[in-house]
Design a protein around this ligand. Structure first.
Ligand code: GLP
Length: 245
């Protein structure tokens, strides 16, 4: 795991943008895993304006809220369309996404997993980090799940996702369940770059990097991955080195 500690949110966004851009340029048929959330907003703004050729890129997003149609305000698909997809020349059929409104969410998870396997897995996975240490929507708990699966969200996760635009800041309006890529495809990605910014992530960043491998911090499992690049700002790095391994 390499760790870059940078001065600001903007510096983190630029560093990750440079990294992803270089991979897009260098990899003709890239399969790219993507996150949602506030953290990658600067990254997506930068990538949208960069004028890269995305015609050979295939994407798979990490997760989606159960019950939300792709066009629904608050869906991760709508977020991705607004923040990245509509600004670049990705082929529509090259966008891999979980359908939150699938009649059979379990079958939808199996379809998504199959598509990801058929694509040969992820060449590069960009990750954010939940304040509770989740990656995608792999939430802390007594166990983790390997395959793409349906998950019950923690109340804190619903609160963190209750953005004003889509859910009026009301945690109760955030769907209680989601569909998410599981740990196998996350840890099976050939390269991972994780971005985290702000003081609210400091504890999770420290648990991820300095803590033991534990299902209480799903991101801690990235320690076993051979090619993980972590990019954080000073606030998110504040607790690093304070706990023993
Ligand atoms: C969300 C997403 C994650 C994201 C994380 C952090 O709920 N499911 O993929 O990385 O939580 O979000 P944010 O960047 O808004 O802090």
């Amino acid at each position: 795991m390499t760790v870059d500690i940078l001065e600001s949110y903007d510096a983190v966004s630029r560093r990750v943008q440079d990294f992803v851009s270089a991979v897009v340029v260098a990899t003709p048929r890239l399969t790219l895993g993507l996150p949602t959330g506030r953290t990658p907003l600067g990254l997506y703004a930068g990538l949208s304006a960069a004028g890269l050729d995305w015609s050979g890129v295939r994407t798979f997003n990490l997760d989606e809220f159960e019950g939300l149609a792709p066009q629904a305000p608050g869906s991760f698909r709508a977020f991705m369309e607004a923040r990245l997809f509509r600004h670049v020349n990705l082929r529509p059929d090259a966008i891999g996404f979980l359908r939150g409104d699938a009649v059979d969410p379990v079958a939808e998870c199996a379809r998504f997993e199959g598509a990801l396997v058929a694509a040969g897995g992820l060449d590069l996975l960009v990750l954010g980090l939940g304040g509770n240490g989740h990656i995608g929507f792999n939430e802390p708990g007594p166990h983790l799940v390997a395959e793409t699966h349906v998950v019950a969200l923690e109340e804190g996760t619903r609160r963190a996702n209750a953005n004003a635009e889509a859910f009026g800041g009301d945690r109760q309006r955030v769907p209680p369940r989601a569909l998410t890529m599981g740990m196998r495809q996350v840890l099976g990605a050939r390269r991972v770059i994780l971005m985290a910014t702000g003081a609210a992530k400091a504890d999770a960043v420290a648990a991820m990097i300095d803590g033991p491998l534990t299902t209480a911090c799903p991101a801690s499992w990235l320690q076993v991955h051979p090619d993980v690049h972590v990019v954080v700002d000073r606030a998110a790095a504040a607790d690093l080195g304070r706990r023993g391994r």
